[in-house]
Design a protein around this ligand. Structure first.
Ligand code: AHR
Length: 614
């Protein structure tokens, strides 16, 4: 395959093209990216249990809703201490299936109620060997009247594995025959950018390496809720943690919402991501077959979104802007993109009512914030207003098998360009026919197919403004949805970077601002390509995908360039990285020298490559 820089000018490329979609799915946030390490700490959600807790010593644990920690945290842990008990007793929390203990200073805290005056000891302890990695004793005085907050630090040495628990014990002789209550226990390691209540650096760093441009949050299905009451409610995700009630998430577990609206927006600031805020549009996940809210019934929810936007964008003199300022962010956040709902076309009632609901939201938001870019939840003309206002962006999701995704390589070439497109979720989720089953791990053929689709989007990125692979993160000990770009497990200190993660990183971190046309001696397939140039430098980026079983000789001719760096990801068609074999496929880098701007190299079978030429 021979590619030569064309003398014809290429189109502009969206500066936002590659980004993230995040929602709390499979503990991607609670127990994943969020840095609080203890699980079930507020007994939130529909059906709380003692999951993650165990008694230490001769005591009985129970969940107590008569003694709530606060108005929002409506339950606490009750510990009955039998008469005559002596020694240290209390409870442990195993975190998210293990706590990885590193050489860090940890912040830890708890709420306590009950008549007690004496020592409380907090430790990080190995389950297998009983080793103590950290221990701190503080003196407390608590009473029966109300919960009190206690906080301290723990200096830890590194544990040999992640099978560790946090324990809290007290002197049984001082509480024998009584009960004590504890609530909202917390443990934080140092955070990304040292943010209070921030992100885990070991997961934030590989995300930062992708050099993404935007973050869509908070979902996905997890925005929607099983009913309107279970939807993600922005105003219950802000403020002190004991004022956030959490909710039953849509992926089978309670969400603490400790990573809430402001934490998403701080994440955007710290990683230089443009926020895409998705708002609830009257359509819940139809577990009960309820009708979406329309007309006057929708109005309170539209008001709620306007309040959320005032909280984000209003200055300090506005009621909600003042709350944001009080919580520490004096200036408005920079938000320019708001998405109305999620995947409303997936349900016939959702589809039927979306045109009306979208229009109601559009009119209300556009009136107050005419500069905001509003994004639809679906691309289906039958589920959109007949005349979509100019400036509205259309979201198209694609979960499919590799052959089908490759077929969509030129999907964006011929679409009507009146309204730009975004692809805020896509992934290879199945094997190609005849197998056709859902996949557990991103694998080479699938990741090459994603690269082909990304090349198709990048070629059209004057019109395709944003694209995000989903889901991004998953905990391996709570896996309901696969595949995911990055997976992890703390008990074994494992992080798996999938073939898809590497493709995202290679494509997103190597971007020009203008697409450069390439002349070729052959058509697309099995090799696909796109080139771009940084306007104010002589750097070119050429992205390639070989969706085929044969290696291909490539010649790339870009006059004026002298040397380049070639990054290649390749492997057997069905090869993948997993928890058992996390490093099967990794990108390789090499320098390539050109002669008179001509570079020749072999593109392996089933591969994705990027060359940066200067
Ligand atoms: O990415 C997983 C789910 O797939 C999202 O929550 C939903 O929007 C889509 O159907």
């Amino acid at each position: 395959v021979s590619l030569t820089l064309s003398t014809n000018e290429g189109n502009a490329s969206s500066p936002l093209l590659y980004g993230f979609m995040i929602e709390d799915i499979d503990h991607s946030l609670d127990g994943g990216l969020h840095s609080q390490l203890l699980r079930n700490n507020g007994f939130q959600g529909k059906d709380p249990s003692l999951e993650a807790y165990a008694a230490v010593g001769n005591v009985v644990l129970g969940i107590d809703s008569i003694n709530p920690v606060s108005k929002a945290i409506t339950r606490s842990l009750k510990i009955d201490i039998p008469g005559g008990t002596t020694g240290q007793v209390g409870f442990s929390n195993e975190g998210y299936w293990g706590i990885e203990v590193r050489e860090h200073t940890y912040n830890t805290s708890f709420w306590m109620k009950g008549s007690y005056s004496g020592n409380v000891t907090i430790k990080l302890v190995g389950v297998i060997n009983g080793d103590e990695y950290a221990s701190k004793t503080i003196t407390v005085t608590s009473s029966d009247r109300s919960f009190q907050y206690f906080q301290t630090t723990l200096s830890a040495r590194a544990a040999s594995n992640g099978i560790n628990v946090w324990t809290l014990t007290f002197d049984a002789t001082k509480a024998a025959g009584k009960s004590l209550n504890f609530g909202l226990v917390q443990l934080y390691a140092p955070t990304y950018h040292s943010r209070w209540n921030g992100l885990k650096p070991e997961l934030a760093a590989p995300l930062e390496d992708i050099k993404a441009s935007f973050l869509r949050f908070p979902g996905g299905n997890n925005l929607e809720g099983a009913s309107e009451n279970d939807r993600w409610k922005w105003n219950e995700t802000i403020g002190p943690l004991h004022t956030r009630p959490g909710r039953q998430g849509d992926w089978g577990y309670p969400n603490t919402d400790a990573l809430g609206l402001m934490e998403y927006l701080y994440w955007c600031e710290d990683m230089k991501l443009v926020p895409v805020v998705s708002v609830w549009d009257g359509f819940a996940l139809y577990h009960g077959g309820a009708t979406p809210f329309t007309g006057t019934a929708l109005e309170p929810y539209i008001d709620d979104v306007l309040n959320e936007l005032e909280f984000i964008l209003g200055d300090k003199s506005t009621p909600y802007g003042a709350i944001r300022a009080r919580y520490g962010h004096h200036d408005p956040f920079r938000v320019k993109h708001v998405q109305i709902g999620n995947e409303d076309a997936h349900d016939s009632e959702g589809c039927r009512t979306y045109p009306e609901r979208f229009t109601q939201f559009y009119n209300a938001i556009h009136k107050v914030y005419p500069d905001l870019i509003l994004i639809t939840s679906n691309p289906n003309p039958g589920c959109l207003p007949e005349h979509l206002p100019k400036g509205v962006w259309i979201d198209n999701h694609l979960y499919t098998h590799p052959d089908a995704m490759v077929k969509d390589f030129n999907y964006y070439d011929n679409l009507d360009r009146a309204n730009p497109f975004v692809v805020l979720e896509y992934a290879i989720s199945q094997y190609a026919p005849p197998n056709g089953t859902n996949i557990k791990w991103p694998y080479m053929q699938g990741s090459v197919a994603e690269a082909v689709y990304m090349i198709g989007m990048e070629r059209n990125s004057d019109f395709v403004k944003m694209a995000a692979y989903a889901p991004l993160l998953a905990h391996l000990d709570y896996s309901t949805y696969t595949p995911n770009a990055i997976s992890y497990r703390y008990s074994k200190s494992t992080i798996v970077f999938s073939t898809t993660y590497y493709v995202q990183k290679m494509f997103s971190s190597n971007r020009g601002d203008t697409i450069s046309k390439l002349d070729s001696d052959t058509g697309f397939g099995p090799v696909y390509w796109v080139a771009s140039k940084l306007e104010n430098s002589s750097t070119y980026y050429v992205k390639l995908a070989n969706y085929g079983a044969d290696e291909q000789m490539l010649s790339v001719d870009i006059p004026g360039t002298l040397s380049g760096k070639l990054t290649v990801l390749s492997g057997g068609k069905d090869d993948y990285n997993s928890d058992l074999h996390p490093n099967t496929i990794e990108p390789t880098e090499s320098d390539i020298k050109g002669e008179g701007g001509k570079f020749a190299f072999m593109l392996p079978a089933w591969s994705v490559a990027v060359i940066v030429l200067k």
